[in-house]
Design a protein around this ligand. Structure first.
Ligand code: NDP
Length: 338
């Protein structure tokens, strides 16, 4: 079967492409430039991978050519950063990109079986007291209103969260309204860590979530004291996120479902401790890396995004934190980012 992966040049998408190929799928990736496509051709080194350039995912009919002849879609393309002034900078491509893929499929390739959409726990969470457990039944009813009220003055993370919840809703609304012959699955990860394999030319262009981990292991970015011990959300390994995308695509019974893909809650102290607990790691000077303030997380309470459903229904076993942190740092070192 041929699978279209949108935003194939991204951190998560490159792993989705790799795993799909390993599972015997053919993959067509959309990228914004030929140079990003060529990088993937070299990386994936498979006759079953090809790419198509879609320079602007917001343009009307942007995906019309890309969807032709595919059996399924993994829609991952969407901006993830906390630098947007105008919320529309995030909401536009997130929502229009998602609607655009579904519309192109419906118009030019309605025989498609499944569309998996990369959503986020951003579309699940609401402001709450620490200690809350969220499941796939929960929806972010807060961020869109916040951004509507406060516009450019809304907190930057709320702009991002609004973009994700509005995009995911747009997908479910489309299915409800159009009742297409295909179905949708959404994947909701928290902060994604794990090895980078996509094209990154400079430290400044490391993707947002891995950049946070990279920074926490630098001299000026390391966390200490209360900052280290604080609840910092949930995390997951990128290889597990890719697995949920591929299981979510290949299992008929997953149709119409939302899946949280989470390895559990974290504080930066937990991250440091998980690495140091490994002791020696070939190729890494673990002893020389930040240790935070051991014990600073003793009293910390966490919110949890439950991944029980993905474990039970998709058979996913989530990677332990220490392994993921180790592999992230080794990959960054391989790129020359210290
Ligand atoms: P990346 O920034 O590495 O990937 C984003 C992808 O989307 C890239 O292919 C990028 O293309 C493309 N893209 C971004 N903005 C636009 C735009 N305006 N027009 C067209 N394409 C665009 O991040 P991730 O791999 O982390 O993100 C992939 C998906 O996962 C996103 O939907 C994100 O919201 C979601 N996600 C990520 C989490 C994380 O912690 N990493 C957590 C939860 C969800 P290009 O390479 O050309 O820039």
């Amino acid at each position: 079967a041929l699978v279209l992966v949108t935003g194939a040049s991204g951190f998560i998408a490159a792993h989705v492409c790799k795993l799909l190929l390993e599972r015997g799928y053919k993959v067509r990736g959309t990228v914004r430039s030929a140079s990003k496509g060529d990088y993937l051709v070299t990386l994936l080194s498979s006759p079953n991978f090809s790419y198509i350039v879609v320079p602007d995912i917001e343009a009307p009919g942007a995906f019309d050519e890309a969807v032709k002849g595919v059996d399924a879609v993994e829609h991952t393309a969407s901006p993830f950063h906390a630098r947007a002034h105008d919320p529309q900078e995030l909401i536009g491509p997130a929502v229009q990109g998602t609607k655009g893929v579904l519309e192109s499929v419906q118009k030019y390739n309605p025989a498609v079986k499944r569309i998996v959409v990369t959503s986020s726990v951003a579309s699940i969470m609401v402001p709450c007291e620490l200690g809350t457990v969220f499941t796939e039944k929960d929806w972010n009813t807060y961020s869109p209103g916040c951004v509507e009220r406060e516009g450019v003055n809304a907190p930057n993370m709320e702009k991002y969260r609004a973009s994700k919840v509005l995009a995911e809703r747009a997908a479910w609304d489309f299915v409800e309204k159009e009742k297409p012959g295909w179905d949708v699955v959404t994947v909701c990860p928290p902060m994604v860590f794990g090895p980078i394999i996509h094209q990154v030319n400079a430290v400044e262009s490391i993707n947002t979530s891995v950049a946070a981990l990279h920074s926490a292991f630098t001299l000026h970015g390391q966390k200490t004291g209360a900052d280290a011990g604080m609840a910092s959300g949930n995390w997951v390994d990128v290889r597990d996120v890719a697995l949920v995308h591929v299981e979510g695509l290949s299992r008929p019974e997953a149709g119409g479902e939302r899946y949280i893909a989470s390895g559990g809650p974290f504080s930066w102290q937990m991250i440091y401790d998980s690495l140091h607990a490994l002791g020696h790691v070939d190729g890494l000077d673990v002893e020389g890396l930040p240790k935070g303030t051991p014990g600073s997380d003793k009293e910390t309470k966490y919110n949890v995004f439950s991944s029980k459903k993905a474990e039970q229904e998709l058979g996913v076993k989530f990677t332990p934190m220490g392994e993921s942190v180790r592999d992230t740092l080794l990959s960054l070192k391989g790129y020359g980012f210290h």
